[in-house]
Design a protein around this ligand. Structure first.
Ligand code: HEC
Length: 228
């Protein structure tokens, strides 16, 4: 379609000061609008829903519900199960990410959820790259730490964690629960960046706590985490 050109359209404020130009602009505008076949698009509405939540934001709400209520049997977490001497604590994501509007752990209790676990060697049935919860950690050092006064009380970790600060054996491999705000803008995740994406984070938790999440539930959790 051959449309007349709007020469002054880009600077209407200038035309205010020059009446002749203004006249010409308005004439052009009239011709432009009268052109056959011209269709003016509806002005686009500003939409605050983030694009990743499309085609509906229900996934975010479902993900939020999972984050708040999906039962997680917390076992073998150093800092919870050993310190309180309970084999299993029934909780949710919010047991450890419990600060309202921030998502970090509200108490200074570093935990070992297995992120610093070393790769599983071929001899042990692994691929030498991923740890037992599926995080790729082959490019990290493995520290073999021996408890003072013992011969074979050993811990293997890719990062001694809190123990570097306190010097305590029980703090080996423990890390604080971080703030979860603005996650979408700062991949990779965990203290060592071993989760490249939020889906990798969710897959880690699925493996670590045997959650049995469906593919849809994983996407919903990711959709929710992306909005924080
Ligand atoms: C038993 C406590 C615990 C539970 C339960 C838990 N988290 Fe975490 N979370 C942690 C700790 C501790 C870290 C830090 C680990 C690290 O970096 O070594 C963490 C880290 C994260 C991170 C990475 C943040 C960053 O900035 O790198 C995300 C995302 C996250 N958790 C989401 C979740 C979701 C989703 C759930 C529920 C499916 C969940 N967490 C359940 C303790 C927990």
């Amino acid at each position: 379609m051959d449309l007349p050109e709007l020469t002054e359209a880009r600077a209407p404020h200038v035309t205010d000061r020059f009446p002749a130009r203004r006249e010409r602009f308005l004439e052009e505008l009239e011709r432009f609008l009268a052109a056959p076949g011209l269709r003016i698009r509806e002005p686009q509405k500003l939409c605050r829903r983030p694009p990743h939540a499309a085609p509906g934001s229900r996934g975010v709400a479902r993900g939020q519900a999972l984050f708040n209520t999906l039962p997680i049997a917390i076992t073998d977490v150093s800092g919870i199960n050993d310190d309180f001497n309970v084999k299993t604590v029934m909780g949710t994501c919010t047991t450890c990410h419990d600060t309202p509007h921030a998502g970090n752990h509200s108490v200074p209790t570093p935990l070992d959820i297995g992120v610093a676990d070393p790769p599983v060697a071929h001899a042990a049935g692994g691929d030498g790259v991923h740890n037992r919860f599926g995080l790729p950690v082959a490019d990290m050092p493995v520290y073999v730490l021996r408890r003072n006064g013992t011969v074979d009380d050993l811990k293997l970790v890719t990062d001694p964690g809190r123990a570097l600060i306190t010097g305590k054996w029980k703090d080996v491999g423990r890390f604080k629960g971080p703030i979860l705000r603005a996650l979408a803008g700062r991949a990779p995740y965990f203290h060592n960046g071993s989760a490249a994406s939020l889906l990798d984070v969710v897959n880690f938790y699925d493996a670590r706590f045997a959650l049995g999440l469906t593919p849809q539930q994983k996407l919903d959790l990711v959709a929710f985490l992306r909005t924080l």
